[in-house]
Design a binder for this molecule. Structure first.
Ligand SMILES: CC(C)(COP(=O)(O)OP(=O)(O)OC[C@H]1O[C@@H](n2cnc3c(N)ncnc32)[C@H](O)[C@@H]1OP(=O)(O)O)[C@@H](O)C(=O)NCCC(=O)NCCS
Length: 231
């Protein structure tokens, strides 16, 4: 999810609890063998120590909202790597692979044993790190109601009813996050293999049809977060 042009980041507090275990903002939580950290977005560009390759990428990034979300992602990722792996941020760079997926570099070398994924919404920046493949996605509850509009593209026959996708905006956000976390696990995008490839069976407990994928749902005050791992 990305921020819309001209809108300041905001955290909308919801009174309705959605599916998933509560995730405390700012606290590292272990889920499915991955460490997860979520932080509320701040307006504008946050301060974060960048390595030379990261600084060069940022210098080529003209759009203010893209710069802001990119920096928010780097900051939460580096804070997570410091907290969970004791890696000082000055030694770490989070650089994109050709697919766009983030790769951790430490002291100038890529770390295959440290898999990172991240997500940014209007309200939150979330990172997950694990010793092997991990996908994470956050979806603001405010964006959940967009799901019916893209339903034909993302749902298989009977899926939305079966998992109760449209029970509430929180459920819709949870479905969205699950599908995207699953796509990111496999380094996939929206067209290849596409959101239909992640069939959501149930939200409580979080379950997808692919027996090779394990998923978990977490709940922030105004967003759903999903984590996907290989089974
Ligand atoms: C990457 C993708 C899967 C999700 O992007 P998104 O939800 O728009 O944005 P998020 O903030 O959650 O995630 C973006 C981050 O994912 C990571 N990412 C990008 N491409 C990735 C890939 N191929 N695999 C894994 N992670 C990827 C990056 O770290 C990126 O942030 P950064 O560029 O600032 O480092 C996107 O390519 C996509 O396909 N979006 C689908 C949109 C949609 O309509 N989905 C409907 C699902 S119900």
């Amino acid at each position: 999810m990305t921020t819309k042009q001209g809108e300041a980041p905001a955290v909308v507090t919801s009174a309705v609890p959605g599916p998933g275990l509560l995730l405390a903002p700012g606290e590292v939580q272990e889920v499915l063998g991955a460490f997860v950290l979520a932080e509320p977005r701040e307006a504008g560009e946050v301060a974060v120590a960048l390595g030379p390759k990261e600084a060069a990428l940022l210098a080529d990034m003209p759009w203010p909202l893209r710069r802001a979300e990119w920096l928010a992602g780097r900051r939460v990722a580096k804070r997570l790597l410091l907290a969970a792996w004791r890696l000082p941020s000055a030694r770490v760079e989070v650089l994109p692979l050709e697919s766009g997926a983030p790769r951790v570099w430490v002291d100038g070398a890529p770390r295959e044993d440290l898999v990172l994924n991240l997500s940014h919404t209007r309200g939150w920046a979330v990172a997950a790190v694990a010793p092997s493949a991990v996908g994470v996605d956050a979806c603001d509850d405010a964006d959940g109601p967009r799901l019916p509009r893209i339903g034909r593209r993302v749902f298989s026959e009977g899926e939305a009813v079966e998992c109760g996708a449209h029970t509430s905006a929180q459920h819709q956000a949870a479905v969205w996050a699950l599908k995207e976390a699953g796509l990111k696990l496999r380094l996939g995008g929206i067209f290849d293999p596409g959101a239909r490839s992640v069939r959501v069976l149930s939200l409580s407990p979080a379950q997808v049809a692919d027996p090779a994928m394990r998923v978990a749902l977490l709940r922030l005050p105004s967003a759903a977060v999903a984590v996907a791992r290989e089974a």
